[in-house]
Design a protein around this ligand. Structure first.
Ligand code: SF4
Length: 338
């Protein structure tokens, strides 16, 4: 395993690995895990189906040998996977992983932040789609209060996992008002709110283009009250368009996958909790790496297989999104963690 860097058909290197550690979540966000689909009857994966921490570590070392330097743990809700801090510890020991982060709904963050920091976690991204309980409860659909999410954000900052990135999915007719609420609330705190255009991930959220609030409309809304100016990306492949407040009181981000696709610089691979490799968030097929891990295949052979999969990659779903693509089967967000 000498070569450290494989590129796909569009010349994009493999740099980022998003690892879903569970398909379960304690929220039922309507744009991701609607109760009508993910109700009491829904069959979540059994423990034996999930990759063990040792298997995740083994795969991460193989991905690192392909050039991955950033690893993000996702879900479902990653903090509900028991002892996830132990996994953080195992991954933090891999020297080539320069950035180890987690995306969470923060429902358990206040109680786990210190341990995660000690385990070697670098950064936290928190999903928070509104600042008022009425709207937030309607979206998370389990009546979870905003105050406990804010507590988690503060605790993460306290223990040194800040500045925290806060992701807000903006859906027309649901939480447009949250754009200004969140911008005002987090301005001057050092935390960075990223407003995400509502996406047609999976096939269970009833996505319509009419429900998308375009990035330019979000910028205009904020500009009208708090002047902002665009700033360059921190690195190639960064998904957010960055803006800073003209008065220097911080920045926001906009993730505009629908109106300003960023596929040309997409260096992200995704691993589902049962060990399937997906080369795009909107993919419909995953490549089963768990079978290779469990049938005696060597690391060398798995390395070569991942290289072949990435080398054949030509995904650019957001660029080709159209009425034709709408009918394509797509993997669920809660399964590969966004
Ligand atoms: S649509 Fe697929 S290829 Fe495009 S940025 Fe998203 S994950 Fe990458």
């Amino acid at each position: 395993m000498t070569e450290r860097g494989v590129s796909d058909k569009l010349g994009r290197p493999l740099r980022d690995l998003r690892i879903s550690v569970t398909d379960r979540c304690n929220f039922r966000c309507t744009y991701c895990m609607p109760k009508e689909v993910f109700g009491h009857e829904y069959q979540f994966m059994e423990r034996a189906e999930l990759l063990t921490f040792e298997e995740i570590e083994r795969l991460s070392r193989i991905f690192v040998s392909h050039g991955v330097g950033k690893v993000r743990l996702t879900g479902g809700e990653p903090l509900i996977r028991r002892d996830v801090d132990r996994l953080v510890e195992m991954l933090a020991r891999i020297p080539e992983i320069s950035d180890l982060a987690i995306t969470t709904n923060a429902s358990l963050l206040a109680s786990k932040a210190q341990r995660l920091k000690e385990a070697g976690l670098r950064r936290v991204t928190v999903s928070l789609d509104a600042l008022d309980d009425e709207t937030f409860s309607a979206i998370n659909d389990v009546g979870f209060p905003v105050a406990r999410v804010l507590e988690g954000i503060e605790e993460a900052a306290q223990v040194g996992l800040g500045p925290v990135k806060i992701n807000c999915v903006v859906k027309r007719g649901v939480n447009e008002h949250a754009v200004l609420d969140l911008a005002h609330h987090f301005r001057g705190t050092g935390h960075i709110v990223r407003f995400i255009e509502y996406m047609d991930v999976g096939t269970s959220n009833g996505w319509r283009l009419d429900d998308v609030v375009p990035a330019r409309e979000i910028v205009t809304k904020i500009q009208a009250e708090m002047p902002i100016e665009p700033v360059g990306k921190n690195y190639t492949g960064e998904v957010a368009e960055r803006y800073r407040y003209a008065d220097g009181s911080g920045e926001i981000g906009i993730i505009a996958s629908v109106t300003q696709p960023f596929c040309q610089a997409c260096t992200r691979a995704r691993l589902s909790a049962d060990g399937k490799l997906f080369t795009c968030l909107f993919a419909s097929i995953g490549h089963d790496l768990r079978a290779l891990l469990r049938n005696g295949t060597s690391d060398e052979e798995i390395h070569d297989e991942i290289g072949r999969i990435w080398g054949r990659r030509d995904d650019r779903y957001s660029e080709i999104r159209s009425s034709q693509t709408e009918s394509l089967p797509r993997v669920e967000m809660s399964y590969i963690g966004g």
